[in-house]
Design a protein around this ligand. Sequence first.
Ligand SMILES: Nc1nc2c(ncn2[C@@H]2O[C@H](COP(=O)(O)OP(=O)(O)O)[C@@H](O)[C@H]2O)c(=O)[nH]1
Ligand SMILES: [Mg+2]
Length: 399
Amino acid sequence: MDDPLFGIGKLDSDLNGLPPKKIALFSASPSVGNEVFGYQMIHENLVKGKKVLLYLNRTSPQSYKTEMKEYNLPDNGNLVIIDSYSGITGIQPEQSKNIISVSNPYDRTEVKDKIETELKKGYDLFLLDSVSLLADFFDFEYAVSVVDVIKAAASSHNISAALLLTDWGYTSQQLDMISSRVNVQIDIKGIEKRVIFGQYFAIIKCDWIVGRKFSSALFKSVKPGGIKIYFPKILVTGPTDAGKTSFIHTACKDAVSVDRIGGTIALDHGNLDFEGYKADLFGTPGQERFDPLLKLLGGESIGVILIVDSSRPEQFPRAIEMLRKTETYGLPVVVVANKADLPGAISSDEIREKLHLDMSTPLVQTVAEDKTKIDPQNPTKLKIDGVRKALESLFDILI
Ligand SMILES: Nc1nc2c(ncn2[C@@H]2O[C@H](COP(=O)(O)OP(=O)(O)O)[C@@H](O)[C@H]2O)c(=O)[nH]1
Ligand SMILES: [Mg+2]
């Protein structure tokens, strides 16, 4: 059977999942939640038929499962939970064969015993939510000793384990005690300046992947959906009538086009939600009279989709010029050769040559979904395959 996964595309592709006997630490600053990483991981592994055990002291099993559902990451009824929360609050613990109550959560020995005894029964994945609550409830040294119990059990029973920690201001010596015991550490932080602009995670260390540098990733926790890698700005540009608006409206359900100036739609915006990624797509106008706007529109983009009309190579120099004017030349770019259906459409190779693209720049052909429905006054829906391929190619470069 395959190793347990993180359930987050970037982590799984960077780390090849979480191998047995390995311990992962998700260490979050207090302003950002790490619990969704737990939901996502549990869901992914239950769906794959793995046996998952959760030690829970942060909330009740019931609200935990409700939260999972709100993110559309439900447990499939097979999740086993050691409930250390109900005992603290005095809430009657939920009766279920999959819930193991800690009768006296103040009893240091019972907590460890319950974890150890249950892990012996054989699980693929163990999740502790959370280490910081153990440290606050008992003391830091005790939390570390629980990690040691988990480490030993994971090692003797071939279990992958993940620990969730919120850094409420522990000393670096304390954090090192946990850090030095885990095999992979993922920090989850906010980009903060009085308000939180964004959230990101970064692989700080990993002892089973060598010689590779990891990049950090912006993310959003989305209900429903869970953790999505987030790209704040992707520019969609190209000459007039190439199909920019059509592309954005095909890619994004809720796209809006603003500034109808004399029948010309000038700007487009759409929220993209695609295969674990979220992005804001911004479309530029193509007409030269809007050129003064281009630099502004291109600002802060991190990637570009350059759309050309395959049947109008005479517009290609203009397409390149749009990259310069939006000041996005040199950013990761995917070229979309649209209108592949038109009689004058030239081949990909010719387009590549005329646009002076090197082989590392992806070129994807797209075409209207239904040629018979094309209205020259309005954008049209494009075939989804091409649009998906273009987006995948760009995300491949960006991530
Ligand atoms: N034949 C054909 N027409 C298309 C295709 N894609 C878009 N169009 C049409 O081309 C025109 C310009 O498309 P639009 O998306 O508004 O281009 P923009 O100016 O780049 O935003 C519209 O009339 C669309 O219906 C395609 O693949 N084939
Ligand atoms: Mg348009």
